[in-house]
Design a binder for this molecule. Structure first.
Ligand SMILES: Nc1ccn([C@@H]2O[C@H](COP(=O)(O)O)[C@@H](O)[C@H]2O)c(=O)n1
Ligand SMILES: C[C@@]1(CO)OP(=O)(O)OP(=O)(O)OC[C@H]1O
Length: 158
């Protein structure tokens, strides 16, 4: 059986927050606002996995009004979501993601993001692809008001 899922997330830039994308701390003068560490890429990926499992979205499993998960490391969210997948016998075929950010440059950080994600999803690095694009200064990402991310995953069990 194969199951496809997609995820999309957006977080707003604010001052005085660390910028965490794909589990990597990226040195920058702004970070993303959220109840968690606001890792927009891991949220999109977790939502894609939940989509493939027909299990709703991360807000259902990790409510943004739950004080016990305030500031949670989104790697923990992804680990828990991946546990739901493995409990149902799924492994990952591949995941493909896009970070939509005018700034900062993501390219140099992408190898580390892939390593972190492949470790959590118990797969090879070559099953994980991460892309980055600007929006050519257009829209909220182009105005550097925030960052968006998209993810698609294919899960399988035989
Ligand atoms: N935040 C970003 C955005 C883009 N990149 C890299 O630059 C390339 C060109 O971006 P365009 O939006 O002009 O197509 C893109 O393919 C990425 O490799 C990046 O690293 N970080
Ligand atoms: C991750 C959660 C939970 O901490 O909070 P946020 O960091 O605000 O992220 P978002 O993608 O808006 O929604 C999912 C939330 O439930």
């Amino acid at each position: 059986m194969i199951r496809i899922g997609q995820g999309f997330d957006v977080h707003q830039f604010v001052g005085n927050r660390k910028l965490i994308i794909g589990g990597v701390h990226i040195p920058y003068d702004k970070g993303l606002l959220g109840h968690s560490d606001a890792d927009v890429l891991l949220h999109a990926l977790a939502d894609a996995i939940l989509g493939a499992l027909a299990k709703g979205d991360i807000g259902r499993w990790f409510p943004d009004h739950d004080p016990t998960i305030k500031g949670i490391d989104s790697k923990e969210i992804l680990r828990k979501v991946w546990q739901y997948a493995t409990e149902e016998g799924f492994t990952i075929e591949n995941a493909d993601m896009t970070i939509i950010a005018q700034k900062p440059k993501m390219a140099e950080h992408i190898p580390k993001m892939k390593e972190i994600i492949a470790t959590i999803l118990e797969c090879e690095i070559n099953q994980i692809n991460i892309k980055a694009t600007t929006t050519e200064k257009l829209g909220f990402t182009g105005r550097e008001e925030g960052i968006a991310a998209q993810a698609v995953v294919l899960l399988s069990k035989w």
